[in-house]
Design a protein around this ligand. Structure first.
Ligand code: SAM
Length: 294
């Protein structure tokens, strides 16, 4: 592909699609087709992408296991006038992908770097979540071990900003269950699954309802996930918080009743069993109802 001439001695940080190849930007293709070398996380994955666009630029592996060893060599090549692009398996490099060590080295030496922006699962999910994006926290992947994950979530209980995490298919259920228990089952969550791909699914509801939905059908647990959670809600002056607040256990009771009874009856009975306000339970019931599979 004909491209603009790239500048010698510059590292281009190029975003690539997170699923749909149509999301490759024209500029990304031009740069990838024009540089002398492409550093890629997994050269087999990137070779497929490049073949698709008949780009023949040489690829070299650059991943978390060889980054520190490779970085000084990359700097040398740039000093000798090579133009180099850095890509990852999907999305924007450095966003939970390799490159930080190299970038620090380049910054420290005042070298020129050029970002070539494009897709990222983080921004893609936020753009449809319907939760505040003026302030958010990105936690990457939560710890794999349950205790550590819950500990990390404990530290986020008071966080008022929208929370975004990446999650793998084999942990999505456990993570949403832990979130429901630690952050409170009534918090709103948006699950963005397989973004830009054939089985893209975006759905939302309370954390307890979504955890339940995921547990009911293992098909819902397949694919790649971004989880976007509402920050700690401001205290509702009518319902208050503390002792009167609806707990995860109250929600579990409501949920069980909703499985057997019409919504209104379930709410009335749940209010009697838990001592919580009907209004609060009713709102949660409506959210669960809205997020249930149609
Ligand atoms: N650099 C990438 C980016 O800009 O989004 C993220 C790389 S990170 C190693 C991979 C994680 O991103 C996946 O486990 C998943 O949580 C998320 N992810 C990547 N592609 C996705 C997609 N198409 N749909 C949903 N989540 C995705």
């Amino acid at each position: 592909m004909e491209g603009p001439s790239v500048i010698p001695g510059v590292l281009y940080v190029v975003a690539t699609p997170i699923g749909n190849l149509g999301d490759n930007t024209l500029r990304a293709l031009q740069v990838l087709g024009s540089v002398d070398l492409i550093l890629a996380e997994d050269t087999r994955i990137s070779a497929r992408l490049l073949r698709r666009f008949t780009i023949t630029t040489r690829l070299k592996a650059f991943h978390e296991h060889n980054e520190q060893k490779m970085a000084p060599w990359v700097v040398e090549q740039l000093d000798e006038g090579m133009s180099i692009a850095l890509i990852s398996d999907a999305g924007t490099p450095l966003l939970r992908d390799p490159g930080l060590y190299l970038m620090r080295l380049l910054r420290a030496q005042g070298k020129k770097t050029v970002p070539v922006p494009g897709p990222s699962a983080l921004v893609c999910a936020l753009s449809v979540a319907g939760l505040p994006t003026d302030r958010f926290v990105f936690e990457g992947f939560l710890p794999v071990k349950r205790e550590a994950r819950r500990h990390r979530l404990q530290g986020l209980v008071e966080e008022a900003r929208t929370l975004v995490v990446y999650e793998a298919p084999h942990r999505i259920l456990a993570t949403t269950q832990d979130m429901a228990e630690v952050l409170g089952g009534e918090r709103q969550v948006v699950i963005a699954r397989e973004l830009t791909k054939a089985f893209e699914t975006i759905y939302s509801g309370s954390l307890s309802a979504i955890a339940h939905r995921l547990s009911e059908d293992s098909n819902n647990q397949r694919g790649e996930f971004v989880v976007v959670v509402e920050g700690k809600p401001k205290v509702d002056p009518i319902e208050g918080a503390g002792e009167g607040a609806v707990t995860a256990e109250d929600q579990r009771i409501l949920h069980l009743l909703m499985e057997e009874l019409p919504l209104k009856k379930a709410v009335i009975l749940a209010a009697r069993l838990t001592g919580r306000k009907k209004n609060a339970l009713y709102r949660i019931a409506l959210q669960e109802h809205a997020s249930a599979p149609q």
